[in-house]
Design a protein around this ligand. Structure first.
Ligand code: SAM
Length: 248
């Protein structure tokens, strides 16, 4: 497996997700945006999506979420394809004020996502199935990827469905939106992208986010310290127990 780029929190693999997913470590959340099965560039089909869904189910932890964007006219096919062990849970819609996304119906202001679950995953932040965000500028923050998603929307999804340092996977990473949101929120991440030109775009964008001296970086240090202290405390407790046993 070829690691194209990595940060302290995550890894981007360049290649076909069907070949890479079976080799990954367990993940706590899958957040993704598959290529449209009608898109001839990727030879992608709902049959392939079923295989990916099954692979994702296998490597997901016992209680976990899967969120997937989808192309609205194919909604029932997406639900059938993902229902490979996964149980359909909800539909979330992001309403983007000032959106300029062009689609066959004109300017599209809604980006919907399907939510599936494995086991009984926890909701981390209050659940909301309508999210509103505003696109402030038509060019700022646009990477050049034709289907780049809104960062604020992905940040909200990740907050709702995972906690700090959870492992988040996006098998169709594109311009890196999932990984950027993870860097921002202090989640571990794994991204897979088949096109090298998009790996390059993603790596540049993630690097820019990973370099930001943000609240999350300070928090990451705090989380690590807390984990270390906890380990020290446990070690101390074990040593005390050991001594206690010896003196009896
Ligand atoms: C809809 S786009 C994802 C866009 C992404 N959410 C973003 O915000 O930039 C789907 C991506 O999947 C990639 N892709 C297609 N087939 C793939 C495969 N078999 N394995 C990994 N990536 C693949 C495409 O190159 C494309 O960048």
């Amino acid at each position: 497996m070829k690691v194209y780029y990595e940060t302290e929190l995550g890894k981007l693999y360049h290649g076909d997700c069907l070949e890479i997913i079976p080799h990954l470590e367990p993940v706590d959340l899958v957040l993704t945006d598959p290529p449209y099965p009608e898109d001839s560039r990727f030879m992608f089909s709902f049959d392939k999506l079923q295989i990916v869904a099954r692979q994702l189910f296998k490597i997901s932890s016992v209680n976990s979420w899967l969120l997937s964007d989808f192309f609205r006219p194919g909604m029932s096919n997406y639900i059938t394809s993902f229902s490979q062990g996964w149980v359909y849970y909800d539909l979330i819609t992001a309403f983007v004020v000032n959106s300029m996304a062009n689609c066959s119906f004109g300017i599209d202001r809604f980006t919907p996502s399907l939510v599936f679950k494995k086991g009984t995953p926890k909701i981390n932040k209050k659940w909301s199935n309508v999210i509103q965000t505003t696109r402030k500028s038509h060019s700022k923050g646009w990477s050049g990827h034709p289907s780049q998603k809104y960062l604020n929307v992905y940040i909200t999804y990740i907050r709702m469905c995972s906690k700090t340092m959870d492992n988040v996977l996006d098998p169709f990473l594109g311009s890196g939106t999932t990984a950027i949101a993870c860097e921002h929120l202090n989640r571990q991440w794994i991204g897979i992208e088949i096109e090298e030109k998009y790996c390059e775009i993603a790596a540049k964008q993630i690097e820019a986010e990973a370099r930001k001296p943000s609240f999350s970086k300070i928090k990451r240090k705090e989380d690590r310290l807390r984990k270390l202290n906890e380990l020290e405390r446990l070690k101390g407790k074990q040593a005390q127990n050991h001594l206690g046993l010896e003196s009896k």
